[in-house]
Design a binder for this molecule. Structure first.
Ligand SMILES: [Zn+2]
Ligand SMILES: [Zn+2]
Length: 421
């Protein structure tokens, strides 16, 4: 008996006859909500396919991948290919090779895509994202400096750099992050938001090159444009010659008059308005990634990404647990006995809910698919659980008291019979 009572309080009747048959929204007895799942990251823009980028089938072996990289990287190296976007493609090709040539990374990529490599997947055990190496260094490791490119000719000032990678003056921009608080329903159904983000933007004065308008970079007078100097280093074992980056030009091989606006950085602090589309189903701790809206790169390097950390305002009536919604409703003891219909606030607005006759205190009624759309698959929705509280009056009026006393009378008589309830 005790066990039975307990299970009723938790909202699990021992027989199916407690289920109501007709109602505007068909309620059934709730099960416990699924465990909280938080910390999603969403990649807003689609990823490039690494296999497609290298032009190899998914079954390609290491040798094929290597050959494909060599061929593509030569074709799109920004010193050779002056077409717009060639450099971005060159970097992406380097990234693709780095992943597909590494068994571990390749396995992660095959399973989870690019998001998996960047540590964005909630279910990946929280491992750190993969750091990609400088695509130019990767290229150099293949071709041994531009000298190794043989008959490619016309490689600009890189001919004297064989075997010693020139330091890249372009540096990619840092990622940026911003906090965004959403209303309860905005998080449920998604929304569009305008964000004013202050970060480093491209310098328009110099076109992000860092070079003052109307001037040209000149070869460094200390290293004669090679970007490196030979130093004698004295040690207890003798004197060694060491090749180091030129400190005057920081290994760039040239010096220039810095831009008057950005001081040679190629970027300036600026506020930009960004339109953000928040997908349905984001939760507390969700992180949206907006490609290319972080800080601009130094002197024309690629911009970083902007990460938007989501927090959500509380709702006066509704509580959220993952994709499920919980709320409470209070009914009188008479309505609990006789059954009634109540108006329940849901994320879709007010909905009529039938409370079946004989509803026990603490019962939870389930409204299927009135919950939160699943992040990334909004056609799937969670449920709404309505927890029923029964109000027992602390004091009753004379008339009500009389009726309840009559009721007690009636019940005590019925207890005399052979069938007791
Ligand atoms: Zn120098
Ligand atoms: Zn500038």
């Amino acid at each position: 008996m005790l066990a039975n009572l307990r299970s009723v309080v938790e909202g699990r009747p021992s027989c199916s006859c407690h289920r109501p048959s007709t109602a505007p929204v068909r309620p059934s007895v709730a099960y416990r909500g699924s465990a909280r799942r938080r910390g999603y990251a969403v990649v807003v823009r689609a990823d490039t396919d690494y296999y497609e980028l290298l032009g190899v089938p998914r079954t390609a072996d290491k040798k094929t991948i290597k050959q494909a990289y060599r061929q593509k990287a030569r074709k799109f190296h920004p010193d050779v290919n002056k077409e717009a976007g060639a450099e971005d493609l060159f970097k992406k090709i380097g990234e693709a090779y780095e992943v597909l040539s590494d068994d571990n990374k390749k396995a992660i990529y095959d399973k989870y895509g690019e998001a998996g490599l960047k540590g964005g997947m909630g279910g990946m055990g929280g491992g750190p994202g993969v750091e990609f190496s400088n695509p130019f260094d990767l290229f150099e490791s293949f071709f041994g400096g531009m000298g190794g490119m043989g008959g490619m000719g016309g490689m600009g000032g890189m001919g004297n750099m064989s075997g010693f990678a020139r330091r890249q003056r372009r540096v990619d921009g840092e990622d940026d992050k911003v906090d965004l608080q959403l209303d309860f329903l905005e998080a449920v159904f998604g929304c569009s938001r305008e964000l004013d983000v202050e970060r480093l933007a491209e310098c328009e004065e110099c076109g992000s090159t860092g070079v003052r308008k109307g001037t040209q970079p000149t070869p460094c007078s200390v290293c004669q444009g090679s970007g490196q100097v030979v130093q004698a280093v004295r040690t207890p074992l003798g004197t060694f010659q060491q090749v180091a980056y030129c400190s005057r030009c920081e290994g760039e091989g040239s010096s220039f008059t810095p831009c008057s606006k950005c001081g040679g950085e190629g970027r300036v602090r600026d506020t930009k308005r960004i339109s953000l589309r928040v997908p349905p189903g984001v939760d507390v701790g969700s992180r949206l990634r907006v490609r290319g809206e972080g800080n601009a790169g130094r002197r024309g390097g690629d911009p970083g990404d902007l990460f938007v950390n989501i927090s959500i305002k509380e709702h006066p009536e509704l509580r959220r647990d993952g994709t499920n919604i919980h709320s409470d409703v209070e009914i009188s003891y008479v309505d609990a006995i006789l059954g009634t219909q109540v108006k329940v606030t849901t994320v879709d607005g007010p909905v009529e809910l039938k409370i079946p006759a004989g509803t026990q205190p603490g019962t939870s009624l389930l409204m299927a698919r009135r919950g939160v759309p699943k992040l990334g698959n909004p056609s799937l929705r969670g449920d709404h659980m309505v927890h029923v509280r029964v109000r027992i009056p602390k004091a009753v009026g004379a008339e009500e008291r009389k009726l309840v006393e009559e009721l007690r009378e009636l019940q005590s008589k019925s207890r005399l019979g052979p069938f007791r309830f």
